[in-house]
Design a protein around this ligand. Structure first.
Ligand SMILES: O=P(O)(O)OC[C@H]1O[C@H](OP(=O)(O)OP(=O)(O)O)[C@H](O)[C@@H]1O
Ligand SMILES: O=c1cc[nH]c(=O)[nH]1
Ligand SMILES: [Mg+2]
Length: 212
């Protein structure tokens, strides 16, 4: 497993506004979108490309294009939806699948309530989107889901990760997966409710409102 924690003043500035409890939903959504665009630059560094001929107005040359099959972007609903537009801005030719997952806030068990993904993901470079990586339970379940469908190259884009979740991924994700975590910040710890500290609270609620 490879871990990349972004180190950039723009990321730090935007993340600080995102964390503030006084930041309203509209600004929060805009900042998540901007942060994922910055993150996507790093997260797509290992995309496979192939040579392609191109005629410029001046000469014939050889450039690069992203190889087939097209990359697969998978936001984990709800909160991951807030990262989708920003990711697609950088990777407009990717396909999008969906996973609806909810952590039971009492038991921390993961409930998968929706999925819309191709049955065969072999050979696809997959990008999971979810702003919060807390205990890692949701991400492990999502990775297993993709793995069962043949995915072996998976990058997770998160906004904030907790050390507890990173540790869990290191032990529970199969070494046969080429797995990369990219996050804007690695925070301090989880509290008794398994919320990230200092974190930003419940990302889904801050993006879309409180449902339960
Ligand atoms: O690492 P974990 O301990 O599994 O926690 C992280 C998960 O919790 C949040 O989702 P939540 O279950 O609140 O669903 P929501 O996006 O619908 O709010 C978050 O977006 C992650 O999916
Ligand atoms: O801090 C946390 C932990 C899990 N889910 C969130 O939205 N925030
Ligand atoms: Mg939530």
């Amino acid at each position: 497993m490879k871990l990349t924690v972004l180190d950039h003043p723009l990321v730090d500035h935007k993340l600080t506004v995102l964390r503030s409890k006084d930041t309203p939903s509209a600004t929060f959504r805009q900042l998540v979108s901007e942060l994922v665009t910055l993150e996507a630059y790093e997260a797509t560094r290992d995309l496979t490309v192939e040579d392609v001929p191109v005629d410029t107005p001046v000469a014939h040359t050889v450039g690069k294009r992203i190889t087939d099959p097209r990359p697969m972007i998978v936001p984990i609903l709800r909160a991951g939806l807030g990262m989708l537009d920003g990711m697609m801005t950088l990777l407009p030719t990717a396909e999008v699948g969906f996973l609806g997952m909810k952590r039971d806030e009492r038991t921390l068990d993961i409930i998968t309530y929706a999925n819309r993904l191709p049955d065969d993901l072999s050979g696809r470079q997959c990008f999971l989107l979810d702003p919060m990586l807390a205990t890692g339970g949701t991400l492990v379940a999502a990775i297993n889901y993709l793995y069962e469908r043949g995915a072996r190259t998976i990058t997770s884009l998160n906004v904030i990760a907790a050390p507890e979740g990173i540790k869990r991924l290191e032990t529970e994700v199969s070494p046969s997966i080429d797995f990369h975590v990219v996050t804007c910040a690695l925070d301090d710890h989880l509290n008794e409710q398994a919320y990230i500290v200092p974190g930003l609270g419940d990302a889904g609620d801050r993006l879309y409102g409180v449902v339960d």
